[in-house]
Design a protein around this ligand. Structure first.
Ligand SMILES: [Fe+2]
Ligand SMILES: [Fe+2]
Length: 490
C-alpha cells in the first residue's frame, strides 16, 4: 500500500459505536470459526465433537480461546485507535483488517493439514504490507502468529505434538519480519515472486532446527515444506491482492504502476483527444513527484494524481489553451459560458474517474485541484461588459478545497507549471517570484484550510517547484521561431 501517514481524526460518539460494533461482529465471526474448526477436526461428526468437549479441560480450553480472541480484538482496536484512527474510522478498512486475518488464518490452518511447516507463514504480513503499510504489517503478523498458536494449542483435537506447536510463533515471527523488509519497496511482481525463494531459506533453517530427528534420516521433505511455505506466501499474496484491492478500493503500489502506464485506457484517450493537456499532465507529474518526495508524501501517488487531474478536459479539449492552435472558441461565447465550460473540467474529471472505477483518491484530487479559486481572466472579461461589480463566486470553481497534502501539491504544481510556461524570462529569481505569488494567492483565498499541510511543507514545496521549473524551463538561445505563451484560462 502507498504511504499512509499516522492520522488522528476527531471521533464522535457515533464513530465509537460503529467501530465497536464492527469489531464485535468480527470477533463473533472468529469465535464461530473456532467452533467450525472443532467440527472439521471431529470429522464432521457431532457425536465425536460432543465427546471431545466432554473430555477433561476441553471446554476450559475453548473458554480460554474465546477470552483470548476478545482480548486480541481489543488489542487491535487500541492499536488502530492510537496509531491511525482515521484508517478505522472507515468501516471498510475494519472489514479489510479482519478479512486479511480471517483469510490468512483459514488458509494457514488448511495448509497445516498437509504439513505444519508448509503453512504460508508470511501471507498475512505481505498482504498487510501491500494493502495497508509496513508498521501495521508487523502488528498484524504478530496477531496472526498469536492466533495461529492459540488455535494449534487449544483447538486441535489431536493436539499438535511438542515443538511443532511453536512453529507458528517461531517461524511465523522470524520469516514474516524478514519478508516485510525484503518485499517493502519492491514494485515489480516478478521480483516479489523471486523473493519467495529468499523467504523460504529462513523457514527451511527453522524447520531443520525444530526437526533434528528427521534431519538425520531424510531432510528433503523438510526442505520441500520450507519452499512450499515461502512460495505459497508470495503466490497466495499475489492471488488475493487484486481481489482485495478491488473490493476495498485500496491503492497499492502495483495499482499505481498500472494507472501511470501511458497505455492505461483513460490516459490513451487523453493523449488522443487532448495531447496538449496530456503533455501538461506529464510535466505536472514530475513536479508533483518531486514535491511529494520532499515533504515525505508518496511520490508515486502524486504522479498518478497528476496524470489524471485534468482528465475532465477530454469533454471539451478545444476550450483549453494547451490544446489550441490558433482558433479560440471562447471568442464566440460569453465569459459566463466560458467559465462554466472551464470549471466543469474538475467535476467532469471526478465523474469520469468514478465511471472508470479508478481509485477514489484520483477523483478527489481531480475535483479539488482548483479548490474554490476564481477564474480571473473571464471575471475581468465579464466585468468589462457590466456596470455593476460582479460576484466573484459566480466565476469560481465549485471546490471542494484540497483535503489532503497530495491535493494541495497538485494545486500548486499545476498552477506553477502554467505560470512558468507563460513567463517571458525564466531565471531562478523570476520563477521563485512566480511560485511565491501562487502560494500566497492560494493562502489569501484560504485554499489550504481543509488539509493538514504546514507552513514548513509549503516552504519546501516552493523551493522544490522553483528548482524544478527553473531547470525544466531553462532559457533557450536558439529556436527564434518558437512562440511560447498565450492566455491561460485556469
Ligand atoms: Fe485543471
Ligand atoms: Fe492542470
Amino acid at each position: 500500500m502507498v504511504k499512509e501517514n499516522k492520522q488522528i481524526a476527531n471521533w464522535e460518539f457515533k464513530d465509537f459505536a460503529r467501530t465497536v460494533f464492527w469489531f464485535a461482529l468480527h470477533t463473533l465471526i472468529f469465535i464461530c470459526g473456532f467452533f467450525a474448526v472443532l467440527y472439521v477436526n471431529s470429522g464432521f461428526d457431532l457425536q465425536v465433537l460432543t465427546l471431545h468437549l466432554k473430555s477433561e479441560g476441553e471446554v476450559q480450553n475453548l473458554v480460554y480461546l474465546v477470552i483470548a480472541m476478545c482480548l486480541v480484538s481489543i488489542g487491535i482496536y487500541l492499536y488502530f485507535y492510537h496509531e491511525n484512527n482515521a484508517f478505522i474510522k472507515e468501516t471498510r478498512n475494519i472489514n479489510l483488517v479482519f478479512l486479511i486475518l480471517e483469510l490468512c488464518i483459514a488458509i494457514t490452518y488448511g495448509m497445516g493439514k498437509y504439513s505444519m511447516y508448509a503453512r504460508p507463514f508470511a501471507l498475512c504480513a505481505l498482504l498487510s504490507l501491500i494493502l495497508i503499510e509496513k508498521r501495521t504489517a508487523i502488528f498484524m503478523n504478530t496477531v496472526c502468529c498469536f492466533l495461529m498458536f492459540m488455535i494449534d494449542a487449544f483447538l486441535t483435537i489431536k493436539v499438535v505434538e511438542g515443538h511443532r506447536l511453536y512453529a507458528s510463533l517461531l517461524i511465523g515471527f522470524s520469516t514474516s519480519i524478514l519478508a516485510i523488509y525484503l518485499v517493502s519497496g519492491i514494485t515489480s511482481r516478478l521480483k516479489v515472486f523471486l523473493m519467495g525463494f529468499v523467504i523460504s531459506l529462513p523457514i527451511i533453517i527453522c524447520t531443520l532446527c525444530l526437526e533434528t530427528d528427521s534431519l538425520l534420516i531424510n531432510p528433503i521433505p523438510l526442505v520441500i515444506y520450507g519452499f512450499t511455505s515461502g512460495m505459497s506466501s508470495v503466490v497466495g499474496m499475489m492471488a488475493i491482492l487484486p481481489v482485495l484491492e478491488k473490493i476495498f478500493n485500496r491503492v497499492t503500489v502495483y495499482k499505481l504502476y498500472e494507472l501511470t502506464d501511458h497505455k492505461a485506457p483513460l490516459l490513451q484517450k487523453l493523449n488522443e483527444k487532448a495531447p496538449g493537456t496530456f503533455n501538461h499532465c506529464l510535466i505536472v507529474s514530475t513536479l508533483a513527484e518531486s514535491c511529494a518526495s520532499a515533504i515525505g508524501e508518496d511520490p508515486l501517488l502524486a504522479r498518478a494524481c497528476a496524470y489524471y487531474h485534468d482528465i475532465g478536459k477530454i469533454e471539451h479539449p478545444e476550450y483549453f489553451t494547451e490544446n489550441q492552435s490558433g482558433y479560440n472558441p471562447h471568442n464566440e461565447i460569453t465569459p459566463e459560458l466560458s467559465v462554466d465550460i472551464i470549471r466543469s473540467h474538475a467535476t467532469d474529471g471526478a465523474r469520469i474517474i468514478k465511471e472508470h472505477k479508478l481509485p477514489s483518491i484520483l477523483s478527489d484530487v481531480a475535483e479539488q485541484h482548483h479548490g474554490t479559486l476564481h477564474i480571473r481572466y473571464f471575471y475581468m472579461q465579464a466585468s468589462k461588459f457590466s456596470e455593476e461589480t460582479l460576484p466573484l463566486k459566480d466565476f469560481a470553481y465549485k471546490g471542494p478545497r484540497p483535503q489532503t497534502k497530495i491535493a494541495a501539491i497538485l494545486m500548486l504544481a499545476d498552477a506553477c507549471e502554467a505560470k512558468a510556461r507563460s513567463l517571458p524570462v525564466r531565471s531562478h529569481e523570476k520563477v521563485d517570484e512566480a511560485v511565491r505569488e501562487i502560494i500566497e494567492e492560494r493562502m489569501d483565498f484560504d485554499q489550504f484550510y481543509e488539509c493538514d499541510i504546514t507552513m514548513k511543507d509549503l516552504d519546501v514545496i516552493r523551493k522544490t517547484l522553483t528548482n524544478s521549473l527553473a531547470g525544466v524551463h531553462h532559457d533557450r538561445v536558439e529556436y527564434p521561431k518558437l512562440k511560447i505563451g498565450g492566455n491561460k484560462y485556469e
